[in-house]
Ligand binder design. Structure first.
Ligand code: NI
Ligand code: MN
Length: 227
């Protein structure tokens, strides 16, 4: 399985030839827009954690160009329909669905979810993604929440993708707590450095996780790793 980081909370997971893109936000990201050519991004599925612009700004364009199936909250699927994106699979917190190459369980995220035009985006969500290769958790934007203690009842995680930038989401200390609750030591950090409020010290961030017996990976934008 391969993981490619496109900056902020946008990433691609490829499993056995199926491409899962998460939270497309590139053109408005000053760190990513010069590095990543959005028109080269391929996707078979796009998973959207919530409606905020830093997770959906490029959703309509990438979904339209690729024809990928969008997996998102019901309200976001309705919003997409009004913009001509009809290959959607609406879900809501607590639900699980088998898409064939993978399954998704939608879990609680403690955040908000307004869409860029002010439309109501429903519940923000995290995802547990089960594939024949690996199982992972992407929390989406969230606070540390006791609901994370439920994750090990549903999955033994190979890795987790967690926000670490603080201010809008968990910061480092809470992300380390989260890693304990979800029983996963292999963490990929997202939602940091993009704007002023969420800039982090990379070395200090990694040390915070190492001291807790965990590994934090901070990828370069455009970097692909095996996971
Ligand atoms: Ni958000
Ligand atoms: Mn965000």
């Amino acid at each position: 399985m391969h993981f490619t980081y496109y900056g902020h909370s946008c990433f691609l997971v490829e499993t056995k030839g199926t491409k899962l893109l998460f939270d497309p936000f590139i053109s408005g990201n000053p760190l990513a827009s010069q590095v990543i050519d959005m028109n080269t991004i391929q996707a078979d599925y796009i998973l959207v954690s919530h409606g905020h612009a830093d997770h959906t700004a490029d959703l309509v364009s990438v979904a339209g160009r690729t024809g990928a199936k969008v997996i998102c909250a019901f309200e976001i699927s309705e919003w997409l329909g009004k913009q001509g994106i009809t290959n959607v699979h609406p879900m809501n917190t607590g639900g699980k669905w088998d898409f064939g190459p993978f399954s998704v369980k939608c879990v609680t995220a403690h955040h908000s979810s307004g869409l860029p035009d002010g439309s109501y985006g429903g519940n923000p969500m995290g995802f547990i993604v089960y594939t024949p290769e690996k199982t992972f958790y992407y929390s989406g934007d969230t606070a540390l929440t006791l609901d994370m203690q439920l994750i090990p009842r549903w999955a033994v995680l190979d890795f987790a993708v967690l926000p670490i930038g603080d201010n809008f989401t968990m910061g480092l200390a809470d992300a380390v707590e989260s890693a304990g609750m979800i029983k996963c030591r292999n963490i990929i950090g997202v939602h940091y450095d993009t704007f002023g409020f969420i800039k982090i010290d990379h070395a200090a961030a990694k040390k915070t996780f190492t001291d807790a017996g965990c590994t934090l990976q901070l990828l370069k934008i455009g970097e692909t790793i095996g996971v």
